[in-house]
Design a protein around this ligand. Structure first.
Ligand code: COI
Length: 396
C-alpha cells in the first residue's frame, strides 16, 4: 500500500493513511465492479452457468471489510466450543465480530488481551519479540478469568500467520511497527454469572508509531493520581484483563486536560508506593541503582519490563524490584522512565505530586539511562545488535 509512514502515531488516527489507501482501493474496486457488471449483463444472457460460478466467486472477494474500523486487512479468529476440540480457527478477512447481547464478555467482562509488535529488522526480516512471553501471560490471564487458555504454540502461530497475511502493513524500519492485539474473550451467551459456554481468540492489529504525543523519545509529564487506585492487593492488576483499562480513563482524561501525558498510580495498601502508569510500567533511577515496583500481583508483568531489567543488569546497573516510595522518586531520583510494548522505553520529563513538580534531566531531552536502555532494547529488537537471549523471533 502507498502509506505515508512518516505520519504514524499510536492510535486510531494511525488508521487514517491506511484507511485512505483502503477507501481509494474500494473506490477503484467499485469502478471495476461497475465495468464487470456491465460486461456480465451481456454474459448473463449468453452463458447463465458461467455467470452463476462467477457471482459466487465475486461474493467471496467482496466479503465486507469495514472501512471505518479498518486496521489490518486480515485477522486471526479461532473459537473454543469444547475441551476436546480446543481452539479451531484460521486467518480471515478483518471483519466485525457478531456477538449475542448476552455474550459473557459484554455483560461480565470475561476478556484478556495482549500487546505485541512485529518489526522490520536491520537484517530485513519481519520479527517478533518474545512472543512466548505474551502467550504465557495470556494463559495466566485466562486461568485468572476462568477461560480455556490458548496453547503457546497455537498462540505464536496465530500471531505469525496474522503478520504474514498483513506483511504489507509492517512499516519500513525506523518508521514504526505493526502492533498486534491478541484478544481472548468469552463470547458465548450466558445470563446468570458464570463462565461463557464458548470463547473467541482473535488477533488483529494496526501499523503504529510513537505512543505518546510528541514522539518516541520526547519526555512525558506525569502526575501522581491521588483519588483512585488502579489495582488492589490480591486483586487482578497483574492480569491484562480488559476490565483493568477502562477505569483508568477518568483519571487519564482529567490528567490530559491538565496538560499531562498520563498518571502514575500509588499502591492501594499504603498509598505511597509507585505502582504503574495507565498503560506501562515505571522505573526510577538513582545513580547506578534502578528500582521498579515488584510483581506483587497488582503490577502488570510487562514483557518490556522484564527485558529492560535484564538488559540494564547486563550493562552493570544494580536493578532492584522493590517498592519505590513516591517521595523518594520526587526527592532522590535522577531519572524516571516507563516501559511497555506500546510505549517501548519512554523517558519521564517530570513528575507532579500534590502540586509539586519535579523535573528530570534537561527539558525536552531524553534522560541518559532511558536513552541507553531504549537504544539497547530497540537495537536488539530490530536485529541491529546481537541478540544473546534468543528473544527475537523471525515471522517467516
Ligand atoms: C501495550 O503496551 O501493548 C498495551 O497493551 C498497553 C495498552 C493500554 C496500549
Amino acid at each position: 500500500p502507498d502509506i505515508d509512514w512518516d505520519s504514524l502515531s499510536f492510535g486510531i488516527e494511525n488508521c487514517a493513511p491506511v484507511s485512505r489507501w483502503w477507501l481509494e482501493k474500494k473506490k477503484e474496486e467499485g469502478r471495476e465492479k461497475e465495468k464487470r457488471t456491465r460486461s456480465r449483463d451481456v454474459e448473463r444472457r449468453e452463458n447463465p452457468e458461467k455467470e452463476a460460478h462467477l457471482s459466487s466467486l465475486f461474493s467471496f472477494l467482496l466479503f465486507p471489510l469495514s472501512t471505518t474500523s479498518l486496521l489490518l486487512q486480515f485477522m486471526y479468529r479461532a473459537r473454543w466450543s469444547s475441551a476436546d476440540q480446543g481452539y479451531q480457527g484460521s486467518v480471515v478477512p478483518y471483519a466485525p465480530l457478531q456477538l449475542d447481547p448476552s455474550a459473557q464478555v459484554l455483560n461480565y467482562g470475561q476478556s484478556v488481551f495482549e500487546g505485541m509488535k512485529a518489526q522490520r529488522s536491520a537484517k530485513d526480516n519481519i520479527v517478533l519479540f518474545r512472543p512466548d512471553r505474551n502467550a504465557a501471560r495470556c494463559a495466566a490471564g485466562a486461568a485468572r478469568l476462568s477461560m480455556p487458555a490458548v496453547p503457546e504454540e497455537q498462540f505464536v502461530k496465530a500471531v505469525k500467520e496474522t503478520v504474514k497475511a498483513n506483511a504489507a502493513w509492517v512499516p519500513p524500519r525506523g518508521k514504526g511497527s505493526l502492533y498486534l492485539r491478541p484478544l481472548l474473550m468469552g463470547t458465548g451467551p450466558i445470563l446468570g454469572l458464570g463462565p461463557a459456554p464458548y470463547y473467541d481468540f482473535v488477533v488483529f492489529g494496526a501499523a503504529v508509531g510513537a505512543y505518546f504525543k510528541g514522539g518516541q523519545l520526547t519526555p512525558i509529564d506525569l502526575v501522581v493520581e491521588e483519588q483512585f487506585h488502579r489495582a488492589a492487593p490480591r486483586g487482578m492488576g497483574g492480569t491484562k484483563a480488559a476490565g483493568n483499562y477502562s477505569p483508568v480513563l477518568v483519571t487519564q482524561l482529567a490528567a490530559k486536560k491538565a496538560g499531562f501525558a498520563d498518571v502514575v498510580y500509588l499502591d492501594a495498601k499504603h498509598d505511597k508506593f509507585l505502582e504503574e502508569v495507565s498503560s506501562c510500567n515505571i522505573f526510577v533511577v538513582r545513580g547506578k541503582r534502578i528500582s521498579t515496583p515488584p510483581l506483587s500481583g497488582s503490577i502488570l508483568p510487562g514483557v518490556t519490563r522484564a527485558s529492560v531489567i535484564e538488559l540494564a543488569r547486563s550493562k552493570g546497573y544494580d536493578v532492584r524490584e522493590e517498592p519505590v516510595d513516591v517521595t523518594a522518586a520526587m526527592e532522590e531520583a535522577d531519572e524516571v522512565f516507563t516501559t511497555g510494548t506500546a510505549v517501548v522505553v519512554s523517558p519521564v520529563g517530570s513528575l507532579t505530586f500534590r502540586g509539586n513538580k519535579k523535573q528530570y534531566g534537561e527539558k525536552g531531552k531524553p534522560t541518559p539511562v532511558a536513552l541507553e536502555l531504549y537504544e539497547a532494547l530497540t537495537g536488539l529488537q530490530q536485529e541491529a545488535i546481537e541478540d544473546p537471549y534468543g528473544w527475537v523471533v523471525p515471522v517467516a
